[in-house]
Design a protein around this ligand. Sequence first.
Ligand code: FES
Length: 106
Amino acid sequence: MSTESERGQFQRLSETGRPQITIHVDGEPVTALAGDTVMTALLLAGARLREFEFGGGGRRDARAGFCLMGACQDCWVNVEGGGSLRACTSYVSEGLRLTTGGGEAR
Ligand code: FES
């Protein structure tokens, strides 16, 4: 998910002993810890949650959430196969598969 020039927005500072689980983001494996929110997992792994689907002129701005508490709705990510979830209030689970390209209705 991250390139060499792209670092995670978040850094894990504590609670490093929880069991590891693997989710997939845009087809790539991402390691998270049990109890992480989807937002935590994605922003530890990279600099964005998703692309903003309403950018003008084909622009696809990167989004990283705003309120971090379920109020702004800026953090919806798509679940492979249909549906979406709010990254800041949803927990990771083993085998979760997400896409971050935007454009899918909630
Ligand atoms: S960051 Fe605001 S609802 Fe998730």
